[in-house]
Design a protein around this ligand. Structure first.
Ligand code: 0WD
Length: 256
């Protein structure tokens, strides 16, 4: 039997075929998981339906969920409970910051830009964990996506780096909360990957080139590598691991 046979997993954050969540979808599907998707916009709903069709993947359910809205999160997980029942995993692959805050000086970050980045990129994991754990009555695994800008000053990443630091701290506090229910919470810290969101970060291409030059593996990271690392976290192979941040970055983070 496959690693995730019989497991119901909710994937949040597929915007298009370049999305990290799409790489994850392929890995989880190949491992036999039953997949449920949430998406924010009508535009991405249509893209998702087409992507699934083109790749012969059958979604158990697609529900809309805007993580900026508590009511929307509640409705989404109520629908999942009604239609699916028990879930075993959640993929949180969502972040947002205003484009103008992803360049220049961090000191110029506005109050509302700071709060918005925290709300969508970090608090959303807290709210989603609270809603999802009610459906994880057989234990489970929650995985979010983070980036090195949380640990180091990465030029232009600015307000998002601070939001990712908050996200990673949340992973640890949440891991403690839900550990007693047999639920694990971890993060994957991927190297730069060309996606819709990445376009918003000024100087993104330079970051890609630095990985190819300086990372131990001398190559950039892709969605499929993140997908397979996430599969590890979703499966029983990682049953002894929680509260962890795993770097999938060709080893770049160890280089000074
Ligand atoms: O280099 C990169 N691309 C890296 C990305 C390196 C390391 C980490 N990450 C992280 C991102 O910060 C993010 O947390 O990976 C995660 C996914 O990012 P992505 O795959 O690069 O970006 P994208 O394809 O644009 O997907 C982001 C999703 C979109 O899905 P929808 O269905 O909404 O179009 O996050 C969604 C965004 O719209 N999103 C929201 N979803 C629900 N409610 C919201 C919201 N309020 N805001 C944004």
């Amino acid at each position: 039997t496959k690693l995730l046979e019989g497991k119901n997993i909710v994937v949040m954050g597929v915007a298009n075929e370049r999305s990290i969540a799409w790489g994850i979808t392929k890995s989880l599907h190949n491992a036999g998981a039953n997949l449920i998707f949430t998406n924010r916009q009508e535009r991405s709903y249509k893209k998702l339906v087409k992507l699934l069709e083109d790749n012969g993947i059958n979604a158990k359910l697609i529900v809309s969920c805007d993580v900026a809205n508590d009511e929307s999160i509640k409705e989404a997980f109520t629908k999942i409970k009604e239609e699916i029942g028990v879930i075993h995993g959640v993929i949180h692959s969502i972040a947002f910051a205003k484009r103008e805050e992803l360049q220049g000086d961090y000191a110029d970050t506005s109050r509302d830009g700071f709060l918005l980045a925290q709300e969508i990129s970090a608090y959303s994991l807290v709210a989603v964990t609270k809603a999802a754990k009610e459906l994880m009555t057989e234990g489970g695994s929650i995985v979010t996506q983070t980036y090195l800008g949380s640990e180091r000053v990465v030029p232009n990443y600015n307000v998002m780096g601070v939001a990712k630091a908050s996200l990673e701290a949340s992973v640890r506090y949440l891991a403690e909360d839900v550990g007693k229910d047999g639920i694990r919470v971890n993060a994957v810290s991927a190297g730069p990957i060309r996606t819709l969101s990445a376009k918003g970060v000024s100087g993104f291409n330079d970051k890609l080139h630095v990985i190819e030059e300086k990372a131990p593996l001398r190559r950039s990271v892709d969605q499929d590598q993140v997908g397979d690392a996430t599969l590890f976290f979703m499966s029983d192979l990682s049953r002894g691991v929680t509260g962890e941040v795993l770097h999938v970055d060709s080893g770049y983070h160890i280089i000074g």
